[in-house]
Design a protein around this ligand. Structure first.
Ligand SMILES: Nc1ncnc2c1ncn2[C@@H]1O[C@H](COP(=O)(O)OP(=O)(O)OP(=O)(O)O)[C@@H](O)[C@H]1O
Length: 323
C-alpha cells in the first residue's frame, strides 16, 4: 500500500469579493464570493522510502497539496490518504507519524534555548528516553548544531534556525516528512549540509520525503523522482532522468578552448554563439551531430586546450517550461 495517495484531488478556495460599487452594509449582509481552483484533479502515489521533488512555479498549488496531506485542509473533492487514512479525520495519529517544515515558519519558542525545545518535543511526541537521546545526539551531530544548543531561538542566525527546525522535524523518527522550501535563504555550505542530511536520513531510516523547493540544486541532489504541477494540474510524474530525457532541449552547446585566438570553425552543423578570446561556443543540434562526433571533429583538426559539452540543466528546462 502506498504511504501517500491522492486520487482525483481538487481544492477550491472561496475568496470574498470586495466590490467598490456595493455599500458596506450590502457587503456585510450578502457577501459575494468567487471560487479559486488551487489544485485540479491531481493523482499520484508515493511509496515508503521515496524522495520526491514536488515542484512547480509560484502559485502552482504545492503548499495547498502539502496542507491537504498534513490534514490542515480538506480537499473540495477526491480523496487524500496518508498511511491509508484520511489525514483530516486522523489528525493526531497522522501528526505522530509525520514531520512537517513550512519554509521559514519556526516550530520553536522564541525565548527558549534550542535544547529546551527538543525536551518539549520529547514530551509532546511521547518519545521514549533512550530513543530520544540517541536521535537527538545523532541529529545534533549530522546538522552540526553543537555550538548553538544553549542559545535562545531569537539569537540564532537563519541557517542555525533552519537546521534546528529540520532536526525537530525528524526527532520523533517520522515515517513521512513534508518539507516546504527547507533551504530557502541558506548559504551554499548550509544548503550542502542539509542536502547531505536528507540523503543520509532517507538511506538510514528509509524515511519518505516529499520536498518542495525552487532550488534546482536541491532537487538534482536529493530527489530521484519528480512530480511537477502547474496551475494546479499535474504535468509530469516520474524519474528525474526521464524528466531530462522528455524535456531536454534538442540542442547542446560545445565549448572549445583553443591554444590561441583563431577564426570561427566553418561547419554546416556548428552555429557560433559567441567568442571569448580563445574560447568559442557553438550550438549543435543533437539529431545533426552527436556530441562524440563533434568533439572528435574539433580535436582532430585544431590545437585544443579544453572541450566541454553543456546539455540543458534542470534549471534551463524548468525555465522554459514555466514560461
Ligand atoms: N488561503 C487561500 N485563500 C485563497 N487563495 C489561496 C489561499 N492559499 C493559496 N491560494 C491560491 O491558491 C493558488 C495555489 O497556492 P499555493 O500556495 O498552493 O501555491 P504554491 O505552489 O505553494 O506557490 P509558491 O511556490 O509561491 O509557494 C494560488 O493562486 C494562491 O493565490
Amino acid at each position: 500500500m502506498p504511504q501517500i495517495e491522492l486520487s482525483n484531488v481538487t481544492k477550491d478556495y472561496k475568496i470574498r469579493n470586495r466590490e467598490s460599487n456595493r455599500s458596506v452594509f450590502a457587503e456585510f449582509i450578502r457577501p459575494r464570493y468567487t471560487k479559486k481552483c488551487a489544485v485540479r484533479n491531481i493523482n499520484f502515489t508515493v511509496e515508503q522510502g521515496e524522495m520526491v521533488g514536488f515542484i512547480g512555479p509560484n502559485g502552482a498549488g504545492k503548499s495547498t497539496t502539502i496542507k491537504m496531506l498534513t490534514g490542515i485542509l480538506t480537499p473540495s473533492s477526491g480523496t487524500v490518504r496518508v498511511f491509508g487514512h484520511d489525514p483530516c479525520k486522523n489528525r493526531t495519529m497522522n501528526a505522530l507519524k509525520i514531520g512537517v517544515l513550512f519554509g521559514q515558519r519556526s516550530q520553536m519558542l522564541w525565548d527558549l534555548p534550542v535544547r529546551d525545545t527538543f525536551e518539549m518535543f520529547k514530551i509532546m511526541y511521547k518519545i521514549k528516553p533512550q530513543d530520544y537521546k540517541r536521535q537527538r545526539d545523532r541529529l545534533i551531530e549530522m546538522l552540526d548544531m553543537g555550538d548553538f544548543l544553549s542559545q535562545a531561538v531569537r539569537q540564532l542566525s537563519l541557517g542555525q534556525r533552519m537546521r534546528a527546525n529540520l532536526a525537530l522535524c525528524f526527532l520523533h523518527q517520522p515515517q513521512v516528512v513534508f518539507l516546504d522550501e527547507p533551504t530557502i535563504g541558506l548559504d551554499v555550505l548550509v544548503k550542502d549540509r542539509v542536502q547531505e542530511f536528507l540523503k543520509q536520513i532517507n538511506k538510514e531510516e528509509n524515511t519518505t520525503i516529499l520536498l518542495t523547493t525552487h532550488d534546482t540544486k536541491d532537487i538534482e541532489e536529493v530527489a530521484q523522482r519528480l512530480v511537477l504541477i502547474d496551475k494546479g494540474k499535474l504535468l509530469f510524474d516520474g524519474e528525474q532522468i526521464d524528466f531530462h530525457e522528455k524535456y531536454k532541449e534538442t540542442e547542446y552547446i560545445l565549448e572549445v578552448e583553443f591554444d590561441q585566438s583563431i577564426p570561427p570553425i566553418i561547419h554546416e552543423h556548428f552555429q557560433l554563439q559567441r567568442v571569448e578570446t580563445q574560447k568559442h561556443f557553438y550550438k549543435i543540434l543533437h539529431n545533426q551531430m552527436r556530441t562524440g562526433e563533434a568533439i572528435s571533429y574539433v580535436a582532430s583538426r585544431y590545437n585544443v586546450v579544453d572541450i566541454r559539452v553543456r546539455e540543458s540543466s534542470l534549471e534551463d528546462i524548468l525555465k522554459s517550461l514555466y514560461k
